[in-house]
Design a protein around this ligand. Structure first.
Ligand SMILES: [Zn+2]
Length: 236
């Protein structure tokens, strides 16, 4: 086994496990390697949790839905009002597969005005129709409700770029195919969109509601690295 030297190490407070911990990275790509020694969380997960703790106090008692969770950091503090879902193409929408509810973000089976908080973490860059999903999420949120989410936003890109689209049910690649790891299915998911500096404008156009973008760099809460923005779209 190769031993990788630790290149970053500091103590601090982790919002994912709510402990005083050591944050450590063995790689300069902090986004995926700067981990909490107790819960294994990475910076974007801690940032999202930090935004919830800081700006949405009492969030854990609200009606929360999390799409495609890759960890239990939200669920572990939430009450009975927490629910989650994954998309399984072969399972009828709204029904359960191995105890997991199947939902497609582009055609949610929930009624309108249903949730206080809707969470997606690194999901939006894998959707064929993020516009439809953004509208659907706003539909199922209560008035005043929020979509709290992460997605990589490329500062160097002026305009968001669609990498792959669907035509007659077939994937058509407009850019070279790129994949990210995925905890379910065949373990990888296609990147369909590179979001650029117009991302918030697009969101407004797509769903009709404004988005606030949070940028935080603070090693004392384990938040440092690239692509860590947390977006909050509010159904005002
Ligand atoms: Zn932790």
């Amino acid at each position: 086994m190769t031993h990788h030297p630790v290149i970053r190490r500091n103590s601090g407070y982790c919002h994912c496990c709510r402990n005083e911990v050591i944050f450590e990275s063995t790689h300069d790509w902090l986004r995926d390697y700067y981990k909490c020694s107790v819960c294994g969380s990475i910076p974007r997960q801690r940032h999202l949790q930090y935004i919830l703790d800081k700006y949405f106090q009492g969030w854990d008692g609200l009606a929360i839905h999390e799409s495609s969770p890759s960890a239990d950091f939200i669920r572990r503090y939430s009450g009975d009002n927490y629910s989650s879902s994954q998309y399984f193409p072969e399972v009828p929408l709204g029904s359960y597969h191995q105890n997991i509810r199947c939902e497609n973000l582009e055609i949610l089976t929930f009624p309108e005005n249903h949730f206080d908080i809707f969470i997606t973490q690194d999901v939006f860059e894998h959707l064929f129709s993020p516009a439809t999903a953004a509208r659907e999420i706003m539909r199922v949120l209560k008035p005043g409700g929020v979509h709290v989410f992460t997605a990589p936003k490329h500062g160097f890109l002026k305009f968001s770029r669609c990498r792959a689209t669907l035509r007659d049910g077939n994937v058509v690649h407009l850019e070279e195919a790129q994949y990210h790891g995925n905890p379910i299915g065949d373990g990888r998911s296609l990147v369909t969109w590179d979001y650029g500096s117009d991302f918030e404008f697009l969101l407004q156009e797509w769903c009709g509601f404004p988005t606030v973008t949070y940028v935080t760099r603070d090693p004392s809460i384990g938040i440092d690295g690239e692509y860590l923005e947390v977006f909050v779209t509010r159904k005002i």
